[in-house]
Ligand binder design. Sequence first.
Ligand SMILES: Nc1ncnc2c1ncn2[C@@H]1O[C@H](COP(=O)(O)OP(=O)(O)O)[C@@H](O)[C@H]1O
Ligand SMILES: [Mg+2]
Length: 262
Amino acid sequence: MPATAAVNVPAIEYVNVGKSFGNVRALNHISLSIRQGEFVAIVGPSGCGKSTLLSIVAGIVLATDGYVRYMGNEVNGPNQRVGFVTQKDLLLPWRTVEDNIRFPLEVRGQQRDADRRVAEVIEQVGLSGFEKKYISQLSGGMRKRVGIARTLVYKPDVYLMDEPFGSLDAQLRTTMHTDVLRLWRDTGSTMVFVTHDLGEAVVLAERVIVMSGRPGTIKAEVPIEMDKSVFRDAVSIQTAPEFQHYLAKLWSLIKSDEETHA
Ligand SMILES: Nc1ncnc2c1ncn2[C@@H]1O[C@H](COP(=O)(O)OP(=O)(O)O)[C@@H](O)[C@H]1O
Ligand SMILES: [Mg+2]
């Protein structure tokens, strides 16, 4: 797969994707195109196939129907160009912070310049001074930063984030939101962020995809027309009137789904 693609090629394109796990129909008729550099959030009830949608892009799960194109190429197996960040980052407890962050470069055989790249990323996520610590010596927020740094280090084109901040307290989540928005702005990467927290979706994304209950289908798309760069941080985004407007809109969409499934 080429490392770069023409700018007009979508980063991700789902073409009529369906997925069954045995008798369980997880996804139905998913067609969705995500621009390079776009920030998209996917919301929907638990079990509607959000994680499966990301796993198909990463090539960990294969679609039963339809297909996914990644930077113009059909995904048929593990896709190492994506950065996958999940709620349970499987950090290696016997390695230090810097050695955890170096690990993906070792796996990929990208040893050249690894030390410099690791140092750069540690600085970028605010872990300077903690290079030699072991994972057990870190707070929850710092572990999260190691998880993100471990992905950042190999410069993925696309970040797939699956409820990455679900385990963090509200204050720390907000700090991480500010960081993710900065990361997105600085790298120009494509972000696909799965969450069941509607506020998180509005704070972060340029477009929110609302899914129905299982089998998951796309039920609505809500463009979030706010210039986030004028806000100092994620807290101030939440105080804007537009934030409340979009939050209410998403709530009403989700609520109408609950009523039809009740
Ligand atoms: N590997 C698997 N084997 C069997 N069933 C699965 C597997 N992965 C997911 N499922 C089922 O598919 C549905 C969608 O799962 P998932 O994508 O994890 O939903 P979400 O992330 O929206 O909560 C669920 O009913 C789940 O139990
Ligand atoms: Mg999930």
